[in-house]
Each structure stands twice: as C-alpha cells, then as structure tokens.
Design a protein around this ligand. Sequence first.
Ligand SMILES: Cc1cc2nc3c(=O)[nH]c(=O)nc-3n(C[C@H](O)[C@H](O)[C@H](O)COP(=O)(O)OP(=O)(O)OC[C@H]3O[C@@H](n4cnc5c(N)ncnc54)[C@H](O)[C@@H]3O)c2cc1C
Length: 344
Amino acid sequence: MSGLERNADLRALNTLGLPAKAHHLARPATLDALRQLLAERDLSQPVFVIGEGSNLVIDGDLPGLTLSLAIDGMVKVKEDDSHVWVAAGAGVHWDDLVAWTVAQGWQGLENLSLIPGTTGAAPFQNIGAYGVELSQVLEQVTVMEIASGKVLHFSAAECEFAYRDSRFKSRDRGRYIITGIELRLNRQPRCNIDYAPLQAFFAQRPGEAVTPAAVREQVIAIRSSKLPDPTVLANAGSFFKNPVVPASLAASLQQRHEKLVSYPQPEGVKLAAGWLIEQAGWKGRRLGPVGMHSEQALVLVNHGGATCDDVTALAEAVCRDVKARFGVELEQEPVRMPGPTPNR
Ligand SMILES: Cc1cc2nc3c(=O)[nH]c(=O)nc-3n(C[C@H](O)[C@H](O)[C@H](O)COP(=O)(O)OP(=O)(O)OC[C@H]3O[C@@H](n4cnc5c(N)ncnc54)[C@H](O)[C@@H]3O)c2cc1C
C-alpha cells in the first residue's frame, strides 16, 4: 500500500500527549484513496480513525491500520430565501469551517467556535457548547462503510444524536468512517444567547447587534479564559460527561448541598460534573504526572510524561470520590483507543 507510515509516532496526534505508535498510518485525501486503503488492508487487523486526537485516551500502540483523513473542501451547496446548505470534508479543521460560515454572515455554528478537532469527528459525539449542539444544524453525514467501501448518507434523524453521542459512537462504533458533512444554516441571524455569560454580555451592551460574528467573538473570549490550551498544557477537554440523574436523587442532593449546579432535563436532572469534582476535592490536585486543572476541575491535564495508566488511575480516583460523596457515577467523555469494540 502506498502512502503508509510505519510505526508512526502518535504523540502529536493526541492532545493529551500520551505515548503511542500506529503500526500503519495513512492520511487519505480522497474517497478513492480511502477505498483503496480499505480494500488492500490486512483483514485480520483492526482499523482506527483519528482526527486531531482532541477527544482521545490512547492506551498503547495501535495495531492494524490507522487513518487520519485529509479530505478537505468547504462549499455552499444550495440556498433558498431563509437557508444555506454547506458541505465540508472530514479533514477540515472544525474551527476553520465555523470561521468561514460566520464570515459569510450565516448563522448556526457560532456557539461551537474554537472546539478543537476535525469536521469528521464532530458528528461522532455530536459536539456541543454554550446551548447549541451540532445536531441542530446538521442536514446529513456521508460515510464509507469499512467492510464494503460503500458510500452512504445518513440524515440527522438517522444519526441517532443524543448528548455527546451518536450511532457512530455507540451501536455502530467502528463500522463507518465519516467522510463529510452537510449543514443547513440560517441566512438571517437568529443567534442563541441563552447561555448566561453570553446573555449577560449582550445585556450590558444594548446597542450591540447579536450577530454570528459578535457571538463567535464572545465565545472565543470565554473559552480562551476558561479552558487550558492543549498546545500549552496537554489535555482532552472535559474528561467526564455531565451526569443525568433521577429527579429524586437531585432533590435529595439539593437539600444537602445548597449550591449544587443542576439543569432540569426531560429525562432527569443534569448535574455539573466540574462542580462535583471540585467539591470532592480534586480541583487543582495532582496524582503523579496528571491532575485536574486548577481553573476548570472537569479537565484532566498531563503535566508531562504521563502514560495511559496514570490517566486511568486519576480518573478512577476522581470517580470513586465523587461516587462516595454524592452517590453519582461519572462517565468518561474521551474515547479510549483501542477500545473494547473491534472495528469491522
Ligand atoms: C480544550 C478542549 C476543549 C474541548 N471542548 C469541547 C466542547 O466544548 N464541546 C465538545 O463537544 N467537545 C469538546 N472537546 C472535545 C473535542 O474537541 C471534540 O470531541 C472533537 O470533535 C474531537 O475531534 P478530533 O478530530 O480531535 O477527534 P479525535 O479525538 O481524533 O477522535 C474522537 C473520536 O472520533 C472518532 N473519529 C474521528 N474522526 C472520525 C471520522 N472521520 N469518522 C469516524 N470516526 C471518527 C475517533 O475514532 C474517536 O473515536 C474539547 C477538547 C479539548 C482538547
């Protein structure tokens, strides 16, 4: 197979900076190149897909074939009086897509500004931030089935999106490679500024128009002040999902903890995992070379030289202490690779 790197160092392909190698790494830039790589691979070995590695915990070397898609391109597909449809390749850096659409004045992606990673990974966990999820603007996802090399399209409903979840992350994990997405954006600005800091910013400036560009600027300012930059301090963003617990448990916790941060949901009550971790005493605390960030307790950081075992030990300690104090189970957000499900 051409274009294969052997024993490729993956340290720069995972923002937690964990040491690992890919036995074979390829960066296909077209559907044909991807199909050829799949057809010629060793069928007894697994296939992995890595974007920019900003939501990964790599647990040792990756056997088989690792693909990092370089399929680029961002185009307007069609438009009507109210909407514009935009397509982008899986290899496009997500924030480049956001910046381009916002610069055109199209509304829909501004709250998702500055989320690290690739466009192809965005549907995998239905990325979300500041009151908006990708699922709200996604029209369809294009995939290649690993087993057959067939190209298929899934509508947003068929992607089975949920909070930080989709069919690609759950029941179809390892079955498809996302090669591109299509979005439906608004031509008229109808920005969502429900998130309290955004609301407060625009409330203080009644003369300032709530445009996609103005919201993007604020989102970037808020994110830059709150989240550690992985190029400075290695991390994979939020390390745990915000747990959704039964209303009865939330009510009893609220009685004991006046300041519990909670958001009612149709299926229960969502608790702020960062608050639980902080209350359990882990904010800014280290265990060996890893720790929970001193400003944002939800972010696990690698202070240098950490291995996957160090990350696992800290994650388990945090989960144990949160469970003991609040009776709440935390679930890890970043994907462990190689994971429990073999790719097909
Ligand atoms: C500082 C920081 C802040 C973050 N903030 C947010 C946030 O606000 N909201 C949020 O939702 N996430 C956030 N994240 C997580 C991360 O940015 C997103 O999950 C992002 O979509 C991951 O993109 P990636 O290309 O790095 O994917 P990777 O980490 O490389 O991969 C993640 C998973 O997606 C799969 N995958 C990747 N590409 C494809 C593809 N083409 N086809 C099929 N599967 C694929 C991989 O196999 C893996 O299982 C943050 C991360 C960091 C480091």
